[in-house]
Design a protein around this ligand. Structure first.
Ligand code: AMP
Length: 282
């Protein structure tokens, strides 16, 4: 396991491995690692010769500066956790290494409809920031396979679109959401919840499970309405509860019983914004 801070070093290192016929898997993260990150890394290491994990809190994807400033920084603990995995390279670049030209006036990526809905709508500029960092990281790593979490469902779709905009033949695999035993999706942001908030937070999972169990062909508005009401009365400030076509994220109001569906939630518990989703009929 080696730690690299410079993109050019990383690029050369991976080129040498590729020259030796080795395949590369890539797991990008923002640190404050938890078991879901480790599971992505272990999965990559089980199917690729070389696994690169990046730890970089990307300033351009935070539409709320407060969220960026309060993002947990636990590098020492992250490195300890990584030392028990089969990760080959840990890439921890400083901000100027990724954004040598600064963070303003950057290229715009045409994400179309995807950027106008859900996370795109409630976090203006967020997915442009994701594309900014991912395009730079992908250029540095040039992975054969990219591993991300279904927890960030829309982000996976955005990165898939980015790969096609960049004409990269890296494959993207979205791995299932890992949860704590009470159902709360693992997230670095959970560290910011007070004990009282943490106790309330699994309600998102309960509400998603209820949507799944009550799903029936016909109008879905009541399901969404009931879910929003339950979250509201459970202490959340809801941004959205949506049921959408799982392939393109177009909202579905009337379900024909066949279209693959995903339910998606974003809600604040205190100052902490949590997201989660569940495939409904897979
Ligand atoms: P982050 O550090 O939050 O940017 O996450 C890094 C990667 O881990 C992303 O691909 C996330 O989708 C994935 N991830 C985060 N939380 C989970 C989870 N609970 N289950 C599965 N993947 C996750």
């Amino acid at each position: 396991m080696i730690l690299i801070r410079k993109a050019s070093f990383l690029n050369n290192h991976i080129a040498r491995q590729r020259g030796n016929g080795l395949t590369t898997g890539f797991v990008p993260t923002m640190g404050a690692l938890h078991d879901a990150h480790i599971s992505l890394i272990n999965h990559s290491a089980s199917v690729c010769d070389v696994t690169v994990c990046s730890i970089f809190v990307n300033p351009t994807q935070f539409n709320d500066p407060n969220d960026y400033n309060k993002y947990p920084d636990r590098l020492e603990n992250d490195l300890r956790m990584l030392s028990n995995t089969r990760v080959s390279v840990i890439f921890v670049p400083p901000v100027y290494e990724i954004y040598s030209e600064g963070t303003t006036g950057l290229e715009h990526y045409d994400l179309g409809y995807l950027e106008t809905i859900l996370e795109g709508k409630f976090r203006p500029g967020h997915f442009q920031g994701v594309c900014q960092v991912m395009s730079r990281l992908l250029k540095a790593v040039q992975p054969d396979r990219l591993f991300m979490g279904q927890k960030d469902y829309q982000q996976c779709m955005v990165v898939k679109k980015l790969l096609s905009l960049l004409n990269m033949d890296t494959s993207l695999e979205a791995l299932p959401t890992l949860r704590d035993t009470d159902g709360l999706a693992m997230s670095s942001r959970n560290l910011r919840l007070t004990a009282e908030q943490r106790a309330k937070a699994p309600l998102i999972f309960q509400v998603l499970t209820e949507i799944k169990s009550k799903l029936a062909p016909g109008n879905l508005d009541q399901l969404k309405h009931d879910a929003t009401k339950r979250l509201d009365s459970g202490g959340f400030k809801v941004e959205y509860v949506e049921i959408a076509n799982a392939e393109n994220l177009h909202p579905v109001s009337n379900w024909n019983g066949n279209t693959p569906l995903v339910a998606l939630v974003a809600a604040f518990m205190g100052e902490v914004r949590l997201i989660d989703n569940m495939l409904l009929n897979n």
